[in-house]
Design a protein around this ligand. Structure first.
Ligand code: ADP
Ligand code: GLC
Length: 481
């Protein structure tokens, strides 16, 4: 049995702001413990949820030095569905209503977190064969492993993998501050390993120092190697060669299952979806103050309110769409205020037809996945995307832009040979989105049998982690052979 430690800033069930937490919560469960025992190490934020539902065991404490700073950290453990979680407690760094705040604070917070990963292993006397790090918040782990901890016997032979879930966020900050906050030796900076275009860049460091780098779909991996998709780092992804690959995400199919989901109004499966989805739709409409109409096409979106997700396309064409067609829109999201304002404008102007919900709610998200007919994801870029997978599992047909993981997982519907899984458009253009919505409406309203067959097909797809976990296993095997 080999030990793999996930170093990650969020994981279901304790803290989630997006798909990263879904992945970190579900992927470890997909491994056979006899081969790889995956443990997960996250900060014990004050805003963590469900902590009181699990027994937390205090494992030890230590004062951790970070450059000239020194802070207490306590290590707790608990087991969720057979997976051990370590929670790192620091009131100084992990307080506050949200896990992330201002970037300058986060740089210090997650430098501390990355250092604590090693100190916690020491408290636990735990030797990880592989530390699998996720996103920029854990980007210093591969760098510390090969610098500050390279001669520590506990980490002898330890390898690192760095998985990029979103290249937009790189942990960039003023280089002198990065030097001060990370406590890394001067040689790292002399080589420019943590520097990009004159700025400090933690993610670049991880890409250079990790033994393997992955991202969450093959299409996004290819895009990252181009100047258009590389966010300024395309050359280093090309430079990584075969040590940089894409492995598409799976879904926790037990957690996301319309036949068992306790948060939806009525459970249903592939045989009962027609009545089941209808009831979910009518109750959702009632709950949100939308006109109760079982026949109208209800289009939903559950998303971080971020430019990444294509909201500018939606707000650009929404009024044209609403005034020329018979459909309803429901939005659930939190994030950027200017996007929230535009969505609220729509729901104020079109009451009964548009519902905007600016909040984070797992409960409402499930009701939207279950009650809608179409799920909208016109992303500017999308490393993988889990929402489109969830929506297909709930028989809600995704309408996406052909980018990254959306292109990889949503094959476009072809009404002639009945192939495909959803609707898609290629260019980042509001009228392409509008035309695609109109096409989806044509199938929904005029070709009901074809629509139902598509729902049935999507609900039967297998999005479980099995296939992708096997690919991660091959990656782990390759590193340890
Ligand atoms: P990203 O990680 O870029 O946000 P994904 O599609 O991979 O996008 O994952 C988003 C996850 O977060 C999904 O599980 C989605 O249901 C959930 N989510 C996003 N926004 C909200 C919200 N406001 N309320 C509840 N769940 C949300
Ligand atoms: C990121 C990406 C999203 C991906 C998720 C989990 O937040 O934006 O596309 O599905 O991470 O990998």
């Amino acid at each position: 049995m080999k030990n793999v430690l996930f170093a990650v800033s969020e994981a279901v069930p304790f803290i989630k702001t997006g798909g990263l937490a879904d992945v970190a919560g579900a992927l470890p469960k997909a491994f056979d413990k006899k081969e790889y025992d995956i443990k997960v190490m996250i900060p014990k934020y004050a805003c963590c949820e469900h902590l009181n539902e699990y027994e937390l065991v205090f494992e030890g404490e230590v004062d951790v030095s970070l450059a000239w700073r020194k802070q207490y950290v306590g290590v707790f453990s608990t087991v969720v569905d057979g997976v051990t979680f370590y929670l790192l407690d620091s009131e100084y760094y992990f307080s506050g209503p949200k896990p992330y705040g201002q970037i300058y604070e986060d740089i210090e917070k997650f430098s501390f977190y990355s250092k604590v990963v090693f100190e916690a292993c020491k408290i636990l006397n735990y030797h990880p064969d592989i530390i699998h790090c996720h996103d920029w918040q854990a980007a210093l782990v591969p760098v510390y492993l090969k610098t500050l901890y390279k001669d520590d016997p506990l980490f002898a032979g330890t390898k690192s993998i760095f998985t990029i879930h979103n290249l937009l966020f790189q942990g960039r900050w003023i280089i002198d501050e990065v030097k001060d906050k990370t406590g890394l030796p001067e040689s790292v900076f002399a080589n420019g390993d943590l520097e990009c275009y004159g700025e400090g860049n933690l993610l670049k460091g991880a890409v250079l120092y990790a033994d393997k780098v992955t991202t969450v779909s093959q299409v996004y991996a290819d895009e990252m190697k181009t100047p258009e998709g590389g966010e300024g780092l395309d050359n280093i992804f090309r430079f990584k060669g075969d040590n940089f690959t894409g492995i598409v995400n799976g879904l926790d199919t037990d957690e996301f299952d319309p036949s068992k989901d306790k948060m939806i109004f009525k459970n249903y499966d592939v045989k009962t979806f027609k009545t089941g989805k209808r009831e979910n739709k009518l109750k959702l409409q009632k709950m949100l103050g939308l006109n109760e109409d079982k026949d109208v096409m209800l289009i939903g979106m559950v998303s971080r309110l971020s430019v990444q997700k294509g909201f500018d396309l939606i707000t650009y064409m929404a009024e044209e769409f609403l005034t020329t067609s018979h459909s309803q829109l429901v939005f659930l999201g939190s994030g950027e205020d200017n996007i929230a304002d535009k969505l609220c404008y729509l729901s104020n102007k079109y009451p009964g037809r548009v519902s905007t919900n600016v909040c984070y709610s797992e409960d409402l998200s499930r009701k939207i996945y279950a009650g809608c007919d179409v799920f909208l994801m016109p992303s500017q870029f999308e490393p993988c995307g889990l929402s489109q997978l969830i929506s297909m599992r709930y028989g809600t047909i995704p309408l996406v832009r052909e980018t990254g993981g959306l292109k990889e997982t949503v094959e476009p519907y072809n009404e002639y040979d009945k192939t495909g899984r959803g609707f898609s458009f290629a260019n980042y253009n509001a009228h392409e989105l509008l035309e695609t919505l109109r096409y989806a409406q044509k199938i929904f309203y005029d070709q009901k049998k074809d629509w139902d067959a598509l729902v049935r097909k999507d609900m039967k797809l297998d999005f479980s982690w099995e296939v992708s976990a096997e690919k991660y296993k091959e990656l782990y095997d390759g590193l340890l052979e």
